[in-house]
Design a protein around this ligand. Sequence first.
Ligand SMILES: NC(=O)c1ccc[n+]([C@@H]2O[C@H](COP(=O)([O-])OP(=O)(O)OC[C@H]3O[C@@H](n4cnc5c(N)ncnc54)[C@H](O)[C@@H]3O)[C@@H](O)[C@H]2O)c1
Length: 252
Amino acid sequence: MMRVGLLGCGNIGHLIAAHAEGFVIAALYDQMPERARELAERSEGTAYDSFEAFAAADVDLVVEAASVGAVRTHGEAVLRAGKDFVVMSVGALADPAFLARLREAAIASGRRVYIPSGAVMGLDNLKIGRIGGIDRLMLRTTKSPASLRLELTERTLVFRGRADECVQAFPKNTNVSAAIALAAGREVEVELWADPAVDRNIHEIFAEGPFGDAYLRIRNVPSPDNPATSYLAALSILVLLRDLGEPIVVGT
Ligand SMILES: NC(=O)c1ccc[n+]([C@@H]2O[C@H](COP(=O)([O-])OP(=O)(O)OC[C@H]3O[C@@H](n4cnc5c(N)ncnc54)[C@H](O)[C@@H]3O)[C@@H](O)[C@H]2O)c1
């Protein structure tokens, strides 16, 4: 059975442990050691206080459900320790220099980095862009002003530009644009709107290319601390883990 190491024992970590089927959580690590210990009791895995000991544990793959900082600090070490790496905090990969280093580490160790679709339903087929090309790719995100820490009474465009510029201005909006850019293999135009009339995060993706055109609209329950958002992300990881062992895999 596949042995999984869990890097990050918060909302998503708990959901993965609660739905472990076809794999075992064999090792756990969190920067707050008591969280790893508490979850270890429920999952029968071993909690480690030191990252080095965790990385050396007998697991096939490490699932990151921690933070952008955790991916940046520990990502290369996970791969060098000979483990595949599932990255949930995909915003970390918006930095091209870091992405290149992670890629080098994966190649050098013969391991792979997996990025689940997470909150972006339909992410997988944007990968056609890397072969057939996508001429126009745009992400329009609409959130409540409160979730952007703004006070506005009317629908307002608060950012328009490239995804990497948006990362600077609104770092919490990076997971979705980074995932889309990585999937399609090209830059994404980003528009961020604040709208007092919405109670969900709306992501609209417009893609146009030789294949035709596509419009995706996803209305997610707001994150970051909302259990329902974590549930969608956790399900996406569970599907990925299941597919790794399946003889027939659906989706691109
Ligand atoms: N890709 C997506 O669509 C998507 C969707 C939801 C969440 N996420 C991301 O997944 C991550 C986890 O989400 P969550 O809801 O479980 O968060 P959470 O805050 O509930 O749990 C994160 C846990 O990781 C630990 N942690 C943070 N940084 C760490 C580090 N450097 N080393 C070790 N442990 C560390 C924290 O102590 C905490 O226990 C977040 O970064 C979130 O942005 C991505």
